[in-house]
Design a protein around this ligand. Structure first.
Ligand code: AMP
Ligand code: MG
Length: 402
């Protein structure tokens, strides 16, 4: 049995980077950048008005109210490109260029047009620079604004668009094949017969794999039969970067996944991790394909996928952050259990009135209770040793991807 941290390191050591591809900006959401993003212009590209109002000289209106001659109008997309002189004002809109000679904008609410709109009365003084964002105040041309390895989120789309990235270089998505094993399994569309249950793992793993950036193929269910497993594993490995099986890795008489992998000549890197839930997790390589043999228990699947497989998929895409970031939270009630191994226990995170993050251990029926487990938003990471962690203790937590 190896510690969780060692298992994660072995996984990362075995992953290689996928090549980059170019995608349209509209397809970039959630992808991992494979290039640095560089500003091709200053931002703002010109001195920009932040308010609708009047471009003025602050000195002219120091003793407001002050009366200024309106000499022009600067609109977004149609600026007034002359020199504004003392005693003058230019009507200006949000997003429009501030004319040379002006050093502040007074908002329209604090002004009044008079004399057939030939003049404006500025009702209150402003400080120099008010409501103007100077050219390049935000970003200078040539500056790196996003770095390779960052995951493109919705807010970053504006950055990419503003600097002309109609196409973006991102890492290719890993191709994942998912295969549930177990003679008791029937597809979700079937009514389970005697002794049967519906497969949920294929769908759960596919969901988490897509969240991690992969494209996913769900393979047909495989029975507990070494020859059938070998056939399907060999076929899946030929067309995928990562194969994820579930089930058949425990010590039962019909747990054949490992045997099938070994007979196919796979290199097994680990097959038992000091982890609860998820002890019998297998990690192997078959040809160029990484194989994760996750335990069948649906809760173990979520834990082991997100600890190990997710890290591999993110690392293959060159992501800066590959493991679930650890945070700390205060336990909202006692946590009891036998922590003979490092554990990941479901919890609901919330903040108290002071803003302290609290982890409330989930009341649930144990490892097979995946319906309750689905209410968890995080996992409490308990180190091995000890029996009871009292309420108020500070514990490590990781958020479950959603
Ligand atoms: P195993 O790891 O094959 O011993 O399976 C452990 C438990 O998880 C058993 O109760 C299985 O019936 C259940 N299980 C295995 N595979 C799946 C699956 N694909 N969907 C739902 N439950 C499963
Ligand atoms: Mg089984």
């Amino acid at each position: 049995m190896i510690p969780v941290a060692d298992a994660i390191q072995i996984v990362l050591d075995q992953t290689t980077s996928l090549p980059a591809e170019s995608v349209a900006l509209s397809d970039a959401l959630g992808r991992i950048l494979a290039e640095n993003i560089v500003a091709d212009s200053d931002l703002p590209p010109f001195d920009r008005a932040q308010m609708d109002g009047y471009a003025i000289r602050a000195a002219d209106i120091a003793n407001a109210p002050a009366r200024l001659r309106i000499v022009g109008e600067s609109a977004a997309g149609a600026g007034w490109h002359h020199e504004m002189r003392a005693g003058e004002a230019v009507r200006i809109m949000t997003g429009a260029p501030v004319p040379a000679g002006a050093d502040a904008v007074q908002q329209v609410e604090l002004t009044r047009e008079v004399d057939n709109a030939d003049f404006v009365e500025i009702l209150e003084p402003v400080k120099t620079g008010r409501s103007i964002v100077r050219q390049a105040d935000e970003i200078k041309v040539g500056e790196t604004v996003l770095r390779a390895g960052e995951e493109v989120n919705a807010a970053m789309i504006a950055t990419l668009a503003s600097f002309g990235y109609a196409r973006v270089k991102v890492s290719r998505r890993p191709r994942v094949a998912v295969m549930a094993t177990g003679s008791e399994l029937v597809d979700v569309s079937q009514k389970p017969g005697r002794d049967q249950i519906r497969d949920s793992n294929n769908y759960t793993i596919a969901a988490y794999a897509s969240l991690a950036g992969a494209t996913v193929e769900r393979l047909p269910l495989a029975g507990d039969d070494t020859e059938e497993l070998k056939r399907q594993i060999a076929k899946a490995a030929a067309s995928s970067d990562v194969l994820i099986t579930s089930g058949g890795v425990s010590m039962g008489v019909y747990d054949f996944t490992k045997a099938a992998l070994k007979e196919l000549g796979a290199e097994i890197f680990f097959e038992r991790v000091a982890l609860r839930p998820g002890k019998p997790t297998v990690f192997a390589r078959l040809g160029e394909t990484l194989v994760f043999g996750l335990p069948g228990n649906p809760v173990s699947v979520t834990v082991t996928f997100n600890l190990f497989t997710r890290a591999a998929l993110r690392s293959m895409q060159g992501a800066k952050s590959v493991t679930l970031p650890k945070e700390t939270a205060a336990l909202s009630r006692d946590l009891k259990g036998s922590f003979d191994r490092e554990s990941y226990l479901p919890a609901i995170l919330r903040s108290d009135e002071k803003g302290t993050l609290l982890a409330e251990p989930l009341k649930w029926g144990g490892s097979s209770d995946f319906v309750s487990f689905a209410r968890a938003t995080a996992l409490i990471n308990v180190p091995a040793g000890g029996k009871l962690i009292p309420a108020g203790s500070i514990v490590d937590v990781v958020r479950i991807p959603v």
